[in-house]
Ligand binder design. Sequence first.
Ligand code: TPP
Ligand code: MG
Length: 656
Amino acid sequence: MAIETRTLANAIRALSMDAVEAANSGHPGMPMGMADAASVLWTEYLRHDPADPKWPDRDRFVLSAGHGSMLIYSLLHLTGYARPTIEDIQGFRQLGSPCAGHPENFLLDGVEATTGPLGQGVAMAVGMAIAERHLNAQFGDGLVDHRTWAVAGDGCLMEGINHEAAGLAGHLGLGRLIVFWDDNSITIDGATSLSTSEDIEARYIAYGWHVARCDGLDAADVRRAIDEALADPRPSLIACRTIIGFGAPNKQGTAATHGAALGPDEVAAARQELGWDHPPFELPADLVEAWRAAGRRGQSAHAEWRARLAGSPERAEFERRMEGRLPEGSSRDEYLDWLAANPQNVATRKSSELALEAINAFLLETIGGSADLTGSNNTKTKAQKPLTKDDYSGRYIFYGIREFGMAAAMNGMALHGGIIPYGGTFLIFSDYCRPAIRLSALQQVRVIYVMTHDSIGLGEDGPTHQPIEQLAGLRAIPNLAVFRPADAVETAECWSLALRRQSGPSLLALSRQNLPQVRLDRSAEILCARGAYRLRAAQAARKVVLLATGSEVKVALDVADALEGQGIGADLVSMPCWSLFDEQGADYQADILPDDTLLVSIEAGATLGWERYTGRSGLNIGLDRFGASAPAPDLFKRFGFTAEAIVPKILERLKI
Ligand SMILES: Cc1ncc(C[n+]2csc(CCOP(=O)(O)OP(=O)(O)O)c2C)c(N)n1
Ligand SMILES: [Mg+2]
C-alpha cells in the first residue's frame, strides 16, 4: 500500500525537530508546517534526479525562507542525494557539516541558491525563471524546458525586494515560476497582524500573477492548487495555509516554534501526536524506500533528455555554456590593437560600451540590462534586442527602477547557468543592491555590475548622487573584485578579467566624465591583472610613489609631472583593483610599494583603507565628506583633486 503523504511528511518533521534539538539551535517551525506541501512537490511534481543533481534541464527549487533549512536538508536526504547523509544532518549547524545554519549553494548539490536574507530567494528564483525562458528561446524545448519553484515565508513577501521581483516576473510573464507562500500568520515577533494588513493575494494579482489558495496541510488540496498553477500561463503564487510547528501539540501555531529547539518534553509530545515512534535520526526502511522511489521518478525524463542532447547539433555549445566556459579565442586583442591605434578620450562608461560591443558580439551568453539608466550606464550595445514577454531571446533587460531586484535576478541567472549577466546603475545606488552583491560574492557567481557616475566627477547631480564611501564599502566585501579603470584600455582589460572570473562577481566603477587615454603603448600583458602596476616610472631619483585609480590617474599624472619638474622622482601606479593586487607575490608588492619613499594615494572617495598601502606615514588624498552640486571641474578644484593642491602637500611631507 502506498504510504500517505502525511507519513512521508512526518519524516521531515522528525528530522527537523531532532536536528534542531541536537544543535540546540535552528528553526523547526517552518519545516514542520510546510512538510506536507513540500512532500507533495518533491515526490510528485519536482523534476530532478538525485543521482545527477546538476542535470541542466532539472527543475530549480529555491527555499527562499532559508531559516527553514532543515526542510531542504530533509528533502535532499530523503529523495536520495549523496549528501547530506544522516551524519551530515546530525551535524546540523556544526563545523564541517554541509548542513549549515542556512542553505549554502556551494556546500550541497541540490541547494540551488544561498538563502536566509529574506526575500532574495524569490528574487533569485525570478532570475532563474528568466534564464530558463531565455535559454529555451536559444536552444529550444528539447534542451531547455523546466520549471522554477520557490518556498517563501511571510517575511519573504514583506521585504521590499518582493515588490521588485514579483513586479518583474509579472511583467515578463514568467509562467513557469511557482512560489509557495507558507501562509502561517506568524513571524518572530508574533502574529503577522502585529505589522501587516495588506491583501497579499490582491497585490500579486495586480502584478499580473495567478494566485491559488490551499490548505497546506492537506495533500489533496495542495495537488489541486499546483495543478491549477501549472495550467495557468502566468507566474503563480500558491498561498498555503499552514500551522507553524505543526505536530508539536503545545507550541504549534506560535512564534515559539519559529527559531528555537522545541525542548525534550515537547519533542516527545510531538512524537506522540504524529504517531512517530522512532528514535532520533532513525527512519523506517519502508518509508525511506518510498522517498527514494519518489527520488527516482525523474530518471526517465533525464535519460530522454540525455538522448536528445547527444543527438543535438548544438550539444557542444550548450555544454560549454552550461559549464560557464568561455569560447576559444578572444575578441580582446583586436580591440586593444584598435585602441592603441585610435586612442579614445572618452568616459570609462563609454569605454565600457565600446568593450561590450566586442564582447557581446563574441559571447552569446551575456545578458545585459540596467535599472532604468541604460543611456547613462552605456550598458546596451547596438545589436542587443530587449528580452520581453513576447520574445525571450532578447539579450537586454529593461529592469525598471529595481536595483535590488535586478541584482538578485542576475544572481539567479548566474546560478541557473548558461548566462553571464551584467547590469548597470549609478555607483551610488550600489547601496540599493548591496545585499544582493554580497550574495553574489558569497555564492561565488559570475555577475558583473556596471556602476557608472563613480565620484564627484559626475558633477551637477550633487551629493545625493556622488559616491563617497561606496568604493571602500564594496572593497570590504570578500570575493568581490572592484575595478576602477583609468581609461579605455584599462576598461577593456577589466572587462576581460571580470568575464574570466568564473567564481565570483566583479564590479566596474566607471566615470561619467571624459578621461584621456593614459595607456598608449600596446602591452601584450593584461596589466590590470596584477591589480596595480607602474604606469610610469620616476625619471629623477624616486622620492614619491603615487597610487591612483580611475579618473584620478590623470590627476596623478599631472602631480608626477609637477614633481619631476622640480627634480623629485615620482612613480605613478595605477591601481584598478585592490584585491587582485593583494593576491600578488610579496616581491611584486614590494617593488610597487617600496618602503623608502613617500606613498601617496589619490582617489576621489573615502580615504578609509588606503593606509594599508601607503602606511601610516603616507599621504591619503581623498574625500571624507559629502560632495556638492556643481560642474565636475569646479568640484575637483574645490575638493583639492588638482596638481596645484596636491603637490604642496607632498612637498610638505618631504620637508622640501
Ligand atoms: C532580510 C532579513 N531580515 C531579517 C531576518 C531575520 N529573520 C529570520 S526569519 C524571520 C521571520 C520570518 O517570518 P516568516 O517568513 O513568516 O517565517 P516563519 O516564522 O513563518 O517560519 C526574521 C525576521 C532575515 N533572515 N533576513
Ligand atoms: Mg510565517
